[in-house]
Design a protein around this ligand. Structure first.
Ligand SMILES: Cc1cc2nc3c(=O)[nH]c(=O)nc-3n(C[C@H](O)[C@H](O)[C@H](O)COP(=O)(O)OP(=O)(O)OC[C@H]3O[C@@H](n4cnc5c(N)ncnc54)[C@H](O)[C@@H]3O)c2cc1C
Length: 673
């Protein structure tokens, strides 16, 4: 097991995870038995948080070829095998994958779990269409064989089910015969969006089609593109084509580190898009290209995701049903054209009919994929695009997602109810869960934490810790900026009852992380200021926890965590206003703990000591006695797991406060503390 930071291809979000790398099915089973919950992972090429969690089973060491039936064109392997390695075995023997994503650095397990599609969905469907069977280890550690005739429900829930039904161990799939390792490519210049969509629809007989759209074009040129149409070249096209040398010969480029995010800005994107569009001068241009160049052009640049900088990027990939496709694409591209944060890449593809996969993404229509830098502007734009897509009955692809809201996801996938129903039978405790499944409320048994004051540095870090341990987050803040945040005002006591009634779910854990640090001298001069801060730091806590603890007591379970302070352990002249409110809060929490014991509710008092936060940035804090907000997050989660009563984040503070508490008052008075 290794503890390391992992992310998807978009480099957002990133989490610290315990990663297990079993080398065999037996080891995989043992790992399965030791973990309370986890998510299977392949090559981590999904863009967002589908393969992220606190515990991860990396399948890539279970990667043997089991059988290659040359005569019938059937390949059987362990699910951790990379597509790149499958190609090395099959292409020299005259076969290719019937469906391939736009990168070969994925595993077969990942391809099944996302039910990937290629440039030929309108002809050949998703990968599941060519899948004969797979073996999967489910939550109860049973290994089940699934196909279109055996355990069919589990088969269709797993294809597109993003690893939530179990660990796919082995799979068998049919291959496509090819005569050469080349593709006959035809490139059409489309002058605007209508031209692009007509081009896709009128050329539906081509096996492969994809439109690269100049996403910086506007007005009359909006949606102009290069439309690529392709067929595998035959022996009659290229008589002496050598199948064994199919790999691209161009030198591998590498992006060695994260670029500063400003480098890939709107200007550089405009230049790139304009140059790309003008690289083909003819209206209709034909060429012969290699398989790598045609199917995996981006793979030539290793780590190209680093071009977006350390904050990462998001691919917004949605499909709009065919009858609304033109209207939808126009609305999306127009919205994008009028906003500041431009996507850097845009691709349109035509989809064929929806298959039987319960969470499989493609449906008859046109899909668009837009790559955005991850920042506030792009998130706000994508939220607006979601509203458009929702109205047009479209949906987003889970394999690319790291941000969509639960309501948007739920509206797009009509078979989600059946999927959840199946999970409640085969995995009632949510053994398989990812950050994504928790965020979108798919996983059974996932717990939720309500953070009051979620925008404080400490609140954010506590949220990160709980989230990376599989908790769903309910973020309560004074100024909500998006639909994921709930309005909460600590001093609007009259609103607290309705705040609690309005919660969509009763959380499992509540964290009180709000508070203010008043200036003592100013509060002395202006007693109203002292009252105001005390209303937040003490009365607000008593009020909101009064309502919430009743709900917990009625249910008979839950944990309340209050972030108090060492300042409450003894009154000091330099911060007596803040300290007295925190003393009240600590005593309140201690008493509440004892009161709630018989009702099955646990209360934890947290006393952080000095912490580097926005609230303390003007204070000179001694390094050795100062914790980071990350440390607070980690310690609070540990206290939750261990069911501690009172925690000092840095243990030295317990000793310090013991010593401070035992100084006789007549000496203390002279110490000017
Ligand atoms: C450059 C690029 C181009 C792409 N183009 C396309 C495209 O054209 N079409 C398309 O459909 N997708 C495309 N993708 C997305 C990619 O194909 C999918 O995200 C695929 O799932 C990644 O496989 P992986 O092995 O990296 O899986 P991961 O990213 O590691 O995991 C993806 C999902 O699969 C699950 N999973 C992985 N292994 C197993 C297993 N053994 N058992 C159970 N569940 C498992 C994980 O839990 C997770 O939910 C592209 C991605 C990139 C980076």
């Amino acid at each position: 097991m290794t503890r390391t930071e992992i992310a998807g291809w978009g480099n957002f979000p990133k989490v610290e995870a315990n990663v297990q790398n079993p080398k065999s099915e037996l080891e995989g089973k043992k790992t399965h038995e030791t973990l309370s919950n986890y998510i299977p992972r392949g090559a981590g090429r999904s863009y967002g948080d589908a393969a992220l969690g606190a515990q991860v089973l990396d399948s890539r060491k279970m990667c043997d070829t089991i059988d290659f039936n040359l005569k019938e064109g059937i390949f059987t392997c362990q699910a951790g095998k990379m597509l790149e390695d499958v190609l090395d075995e099959i292409v020299p023997n005259g076969y290719f994958l019937p469906v391939t994503p736009g990168t070969k650095f994925v595993t077969i397990g990942g391809m099944i779990a996302a039910d990937v599609h290629g440039k030929n969905h309108h002809i050949d469907g998703c990968f599941s269409k060519h899948l004969l069977w797979f073996r999967i280890m489910t939550a109860n550690a049973n290994i089940v064989t699934c196909s279109k005739t055996e355990n069919t429900e589990l088969f269709w829930a797993t294809c597109g089910g993003m690893g939530l039904t179990g660990v796919i161990l082995e799979a068998a799939f049919t291959l496509k015969s090819i005569e050469t390792s080349k593709v006959k490519n035809r490139t059409l210049r489309c002058v605007n969006l209508d031209d692009t969509i007509e081009g896709l629809l009128q050329n539906e007989s081509y096996t492969y089609s994809v439109a690269w759209v100049d996403c910086t074009s506007q007005e009359k040129k909006l949606g102009r593109s290069l439309l690529y149409l392709g067929e595998h070249a035959t022996n009659s096209d290229i008589p002496d084509a050598n199948l064994s040398q199919y790999r691209t010969k161009s030198p591998k480029l590498n992006v060695p580190f994260n670029f500063p995010s400003w480098m890939l800005n709107n200007q550089t994107a405009s230049i790139f898009n304009a140059l790309y569009y003008s690289k083909v001068r003819e209206e209709d241009f034909s060429s012969i290209v290699g398989l790598d160049e045609y199917f995996y052009p981006l793979d030539v640049v290793k780590n190209w995701n680093r071009l977006y900088g350390s904050s990462g990027f998001v691919q917004y990939q949605v499909v709009i049903p065919i009858d609304k496709a033109k209207e939808g694409m126009r609305a999306i591209l127009s919205k994008v054209a009028e906003t500041k944060e431009k996507p850097k890449l845009a691709v349109l593809k035509l989809f064929g009919e929806q298959n039987d996969g319960w969470l499989s993404f493609p449906q008859r229509g046109i899909q668009i994929a837009l790559d955005f830098r991850k920042n506030e502007q792009s998130f706000s734009l994508m939220n607006q695009l979601d509203d458009l897509v929702l109205k047009l009955k479209g949906r987003a692809y889970l394999a690319k997602d790291s941000r969509m809201k639960r309501s948007f996801f739920e509206a797009g996938y009509p078979k989600l109810g059946a999927f959840k129903q199946l999970l409640s039978q085969i995995d009632p405790n949510g053994k398989f869960r990812s950050l994504q499944s928790t965020r979108l409320g798919i996983t059974m048994g996932a717990k939720n934490v309500l953070i009051l004051g979620a925008n404080s540095d400490i609140g954010k870090e506590i949220g990160n810790q709980f989230s990376s341990n599989g908790f769903g987050l309910m973020l309560a803040v004074r100024n909500p900026k998006n639909e994921n945040e709930i309005l909460f005002d600590a001093t609007d006591f009259d609103s607290h009852a309705s705040f609690v009634e309005g919660l969509k779910i009763v959380p499992d854990v509540i964290v009180v992380a709000f508070g203010v640090l008043p200036d003592t001298k100013e509060s002395f001069e202006r007693p109203n200021m002292a009252v105001d801060s005390t209303l937040v730091n003490y009365t607000g806590v008593v009020s909101i926890l009064g309502h919430l603890s009743k709900v917990f007591a009625q249910r008979g379970s839950g944990t309340i965590i209050g972030v108090s302070s060492v300042a409450g352990d003894r009154g000091r002249g330099s911060n007596y206003i803040y300290g007295s409110a925190k003393a009240g809060m600590s005593t309140y929490l201690d008493g509440l703990r004892n009161f709630l014991v018989p009702k099955g509710v646990h209360v934890i008092t947290v006393k952080p000591g000095f912490v580097n936060t926005k609230m303390t940035r003007d204070l000179k804090l001694p390094k050795l006695l100062t914790a980071s907000s990350e440390q607070v997050g980690a310690e609070v989660y540990r206290a939750y797991e261990k069911k501690l009563n009172t925690v000092y984040i840095l243990p030295v503070w317990r000793l310090i406060m013991l010593a401070v508490g035992s100084i006789p008052e007549f000496i203390f008075k002279k110490m000017n503390l």
